[in-house]
Design a protein. Structure first.
Length: 460
């Protein structure tokens, strides 16, 4: 994985997808080395040098749309330095556009689309004989033709996957980068895949809409490895898309943590749904060590929520936040500006909702129609989808607005700055944060302030 433009808070997370792929390959008897240029800050030249010491047969990388350019650049450098080495790309971008990606980029020999664990194991076994036609979920070249094999479908038995091969990573580097935590060291886990909800802007090219879950026993076994028997982590971040969709399973997991008496803090930085919580669930979460909860609200306007098919309403969000604040959780809300049906008035409703609920953090994103989302598919059918993948980066420049949402990029940027200023520059805000959350509140203020300054200066 090459060095990419990311915020430091994103670098605190070990790439779990790579960890899972590595563990599956090891289980199948293959030798695996992981080089994470992101967390180490390696240049392409440094990665090439390290590859020379390993003499690999295949170099694999994983790309999202916004960092596709860096991955293509690295794989091109690999082909230039080691012409005999095969290159493979996985990740959400090629999962959304498998044939297009290979046709456009000669530096990619093979691609894996969709969930990659079972495909990667079969690919590695079939590659020596060059017989990939029977491996589902791959794209490859046959002469001048790009061949896409049938879709493998989703992995049903997530308990059958080995835990991520964390031992292959330089774990201390992630510990050093961990800034949005209460205690160190921190590890992230994912306990389910797929989201049945149909928000129009959500990229589903990898995990899809079919909800699949690990059993509570399997999740608790991984947590036990993390906090008790192997690594001694003191904080766990659960990064599922829809952890509380099955509330009974969620309660079972928290009951297991409580019953085992583990000394661990838990956070939900990716957010949970406001319509899938209860006072009883929150009570168990608190007893198990949960201290931080985000909600994916998207908009403070019910009309926009209906337009994007969120499946929630403002009344549910108000109640969920009220229950979360009763428990003393650090509460954050995610909003997306420029959604279909939105306007300056609806963005103001988002700000007013955050102020009314008096939450601890307001996180504002700008709509990006990623390949793999229904919004991108619609734009593509209309001939309006951008293929300037650098424009999909995680920034908020007006020139990067990728579709006509009814507001100009300049209007969104102006409103974004105004909303951030009116939320975070309230005289009472820092005092409330420290009163509620002590040292962690002060740390979050520092991290958010530094992030805002860096964004203003255009640095990472």
């Amino acid at each position: 994985m090459p060095k990419t433009i990311e915020r430091r808070s994103e670098l605190q997370y070990l790439p779990l997808g790579v960890g899972y792929l590595a563990s599956v390959l090891i289980k199948a008897g293959h030798e695996v080395e992981v080089i994470d240029g992101r967390v180490n800050g390696y240049s392409d030249e440094e990665i090439i040098s390290r590859l020379g010491k390993s003499n690999p047969e295949v170099v694999c990388s994983t790309a999202r749309t916004f960092d596709l350019s860096e991955n293509i650049r690295l794989l091109s450098a690999v082909k230039g330095a080691y012409p005999g080495v095969k290159t493979l790309l996985g990740g959400s971008h090629i999962s959304a556009l498998p044939e297009w990606t290979l046709k456009k980029h000669d530096s990619i020999d093979y691609g894996i689309y969709g969930e990659g664990e079972e495909t990667m194991a079969e690919f590695a076994s079939a590659l020596p004989a060059g017989d990939l036609a029977n491996v589902k979920g791959v794209v490859f070249r046959r002469g001048s033709e790009v061949v896409k094999t049938p879709d493998r479908g989703f992995i049903k038995d997530l308990d059958g996957l080995p835990f991520p091969a964390r031992h292959l990573f330089e774990l201390e580097k992630y510990h050093a980068k961990a800034v949005e935590v209460k205690r160190k060291p921190m590890a992230s886990i994912i306990t389910s895949r797929g989201c049945p909800n149909q928000c129009v802007f959500c990229c589903k090219s990898t995990f899809g809409s079919l909800y699949r879950k690990r059993t509570a026993e399997n999740v608790l076994a991984e947590i036990e490895e993390l906090v008790e028997t192997k690594y001694r982590y003191r904080e766990i971040h659960i990064v599922d898309d829809t952890f509380t969709l099955d509330m009974e399973r969620a309660e079972e997991i928290f009951d297991g943590i409580i019953g085992r008496g583990w000394d661990v803090n838990i956070a939900f930085p990716n957010g949970i749904r406001a319509d899938r919580v209860s006072r009883r669930l929150f009570d168990k979460m608190r007893k198990a060590g949960v201290y931080c909860v985000f909600f994916g609200v998207e908009s403070g306007d019910d009309k926009v929520l209906e337009k994007i098919q969120k499946g929630e309403n403002i009344a549910q969000i108000r109640e969920a936040v009220r229950l979360a604040k009763e428990q003393g959780f650090y509460v954050g809300l995610f909003f997306v500006m420029g959604l279909p049906g939105s306007s300056i008035e609806s963005e103001e409703k988002s700000l007013n909702l955050a102020l009314e609920l008096d939450v601890d953090q307001l996180s504002l994103g700008v709509i990006t129609p990623y390949p793999g989302s229904r919004l991108y598919d619609l734009l593509r059918k209309q001939g309006m989808a951008s293929e300037d993948w650098d424009a999909y980066r995680h920034d908020f420049l007006a020139k990067k607005l990728l579709y006509d949402c009814g507001m100009t990029g300049e209007e969104i940027t102006t409103e974004w700055n105004s909303m951030i200023r009116r939320f975070y520059l309230r005289p009472s805000y820092p005092f409330k944060l420290i009163k509620r959350h002590g040292l962690f509140g002060a740390k979050k203020m520092y991290v958010m302030g530094r992030s805002l300054i860096a964004r203003k200066l255009g640095i990472t």
